[in-house]
Design a protein around this ligand. Structure first.
Ligand SMILES: *[C@@H]1O[C@H](CO)[C@@H](O)[C@H](O)[C@H]1NC(C)=O
Ligand SMILES: *[C@@H]1O[C@H](CO)[C@@H](O)[C@H](O)[C@H]1NC(C)=O
Length: 202
């Protein structure tokens, strides 16, 4: 190699410099968050080395891996409810069942590296429903009561705010320790100094 003619050394150098462009697959939306019943765009961009007709497949990971898009068609729950442009997929009217991990796979048999993929996580947001509350109607002087409100359907999990006479009860007002509220569990504990009557609002 040391004595290789100059032109040969140049050719070798050139070959080392030439970029190998394998099939590359990427997404601009690795984490997609949309509200229930709206459309979710799962982007998938690819570039092939020389393959003119790469195969595009979309899969969804559940307990098993299932096909979303295969042989040019949307499958299963996605048939008639999705569009594809390039390799970017739009799922229409998504529900909680559509949440999960998706994979866009591009197969390019004529390329040096024949398979490329990218993963996308879809989260379907569910707005809070009216909470169920357990509220005692009265309390005795000096006793402690717990007011509980729960809502378990929302995604991400709901946080809770309490109001007294239309004014928000804020954690800073806990200073005089007549109540304690937890924004994450929806439990308000109130230490009563005198008998009061509580009304619940719906
Ligand atoms: C996509 O997820 C699969 C597992 O589900 C993993 O094997 C693969 O490495 C991931 N690909 C990328 C590009 O992150
Ligand atoms: C806390 O104490 C302040 C005065 O120190 C009083 O004005 C306020 O009403 C008290 N808050 C509650 C919730 O009892």
């Amino acid at each position: 190699m040391e004595k290789a003619p100059l032109f040969l050394r140049l050719v070798i150098l050139l070959m080392q410099c030439l970029p190998i462009v394998p099939v590359t697959v990427s997404t601009t939306t690795p984490m997609v968050e949309v509200r229930e019943n709206s459309d979710a765009v799962l982007s998938c961009d690819f570039r092939t080395e020389k393959e003119p007709n790469p195969r595009i497949e979309w899969k969804k990971k559940g307990t098993d891996v299932s096909f979303v898009y295969y042989e040019g068609q949307f499958r299963g729950a996605f048939a008639g409810r999705a569009r594809i442009k390039g390799a970017t997929v739009t799922l229409q009217r998504v529900t909680q069942k559509d949440a999960g991990e998706y994979r866009c796979e591009i197969t390019a048999p004529h390329d040096t590296i024949t398979l490329g993929e990218t993963n996308i996580t879809l989260t379907v947001l569910v707005p809070p429903h009216t909470p169920t509350c357990e509220i005692p109607s009265s309390a005795l002087t000096g006793s402690m009561v717990q007011l509980r409100c729960m809502e378990q359907q929302s995604i991400p999990p709901a946080t809770y705010s309490w109001y007294k006479d239309d004014k928000p009860l804020t954690p800073s007002r806990m200073a005089n320790a007549t109540y304690h509220l937890n924004p994450f569990t929806g439990i308000l504990v109130r230490y009563f100094l005198r008998t009061v009557y509580i009304q619940s609002y719906h």
